[in-house]
Design a protein around this ligand. Structure first.
Ligand code: MG
Length: 359
């Protein structure tokens, strides 16, 4: 029997965040390789979490990590039941079922996946033959007892190793058997790696939303939750915030709810006089529940007066907070309408969303 130890105990010293807990498409990073290990048929999975951050995760046993990666591996391997253990870093989140199966089927006490570098390699003052270079990945499949003994010896001698293959070679003299790894089984180390993984796991859709309201005296005008005029405003059931309505409409329609009038009906007393930020927050919640992320907002407002220049910053800040995206991914353009639309406000919204790929 083969067990798996999934390492999610990192402290984020290099990336600056605990990347194993970053949410992508509604799932935490470590959940991606976890589901692949299960799909490959491994029933005994031990998840190693950071010290002092233990929590229950459905279907796996959890153990606490140690001071170094090597200590975390040991804690996991000690808890494993299988004769062999696959040790995997959760930062290699793009693990494939095929690679796991190849490792399970290969023979040997220490089986390690590796790829050759596609780039030229310059080392210690000279170019070396890259065909003799291997870049070593995880999961590494080791005989459980062999790893435990190697660990005890390394610990006694105060020696540190970065992976199972080097530990067992260094302490027990047993060379790893290398099998073909996968280039896409890359390790998420820097923010740009996370961005690549995000794109791999999401499909991107471009949505369109539109809203128009008549402007009347005697009520305030709200746009993106910001009051931009006091003496005239949009006629409507709620506060008539056409910016929020256009974005909400695009999202609701994409999620299969019809449109804003269907979900927040103007015959429903609950929404009478309600600020549109309530609609926006509810829509954002529905999207998050479905693993939908707003990636970009491109808005065009057609409005004769007032000039929006002074309100743009606050409007973008509100949109950023309501739809949970960085403000630099929001563009807001104001058009006067050249006198053609003196008594109305119109908003055109292009909304880019990412949806978690299934599996
Ligand atoms: Mg409206």
């Amino acid at each position: 029997m083969v067990s798996a130890v999934l390492l999610a105990a990192g402290r984020g010293r290099r990336a600056g965040v605990r990347k194993q807990f970053v949410r992508i498409g509604g799932r935490r990073l470590y959940e991606y390789p976890l589901s692949v290990l299960r799909e490959a048929g491994i029933e005994d999975v031990i998840l190693v979490l950071p010290e002092g951050e233990m929590e229950d995760v459905e279907g796996v046993r959890t153990v606490e990590g140690g001071a170094e990666r090597m200590d975390s591996v040991f804690n996991g391997v000690r808890a494993a039941r299988g004769e062999y253990v696959l040790v995997h870093d959760s930062a290699r989140a793009n693990l494939s079922v095929g690679l796991v199966r190849r490792l399970i089927e290969a023979e040997g006490d220490v089986v390690v996946p590796a790829v050759r570098p596609p780039d030229s390699v310059f080392y210690a003052g000279r170019y070396i033959n890259r065909d003799e270079v291997l870049l070593v990945q995880t999961p590494q499949r080791v005989r459980r007892t062999l790893l435990m003994e190697a660990y005890e010896r390394a610990k006694a001698g105060g020696r540190l190793y970065t992976d199972e293959g080097s530990l067992i070679l260094g302490e027990m003299g047993v060379a790893p058997k290398f099998v073909e790894g996968e280039r896409w089984n890359f390790k998420i180390t820097y923010p740009s790696d996370m961005e690549v993984f995000r794109r791999l796991k999401m499909s991107v859709h471009t949505l369109f939303g539109y809203d128009v309201h008549r402007l009347v005296p005697g009520r305030p005008l709200y746009l993106a939750g910001v009051k931009v005029a006091d003496d005239f405003g949009a006629l409507g059931h709620s506060d008539g915030d056409a910016v929020l309505h256009a974005v909400v409409d695009a999202l609701l329609s994409f999620m299969g709810f019809g449109d804003i009038g269907t979900v927040f009906s103007d015959t429903d007393a609950r929404w009478e006089g309600v600020r549109s930020e309530v609609f926006a927050a509810e829509t954002a919640r529905l999207a998050e529940e479905r693993g939908i992320e707003v990636l970009r907002l491109d808005l065009t407002v057609v409005l004769e007066r007032p000039k929006l220049r002074g309100f743009k910053g606050a409007m973008i800040e509100n949109l950023s907070r309501l739809f949970n995206l960085p403000s630099e991914r929001i563009s807001l353009k104001a058009k006067s309408g050249n006198g053609l639309h003196p008594n109305s406000i119109q908003v055109f919204a292009i909304v880019e969303v990412g949806v978690a790929a299934s599996g």
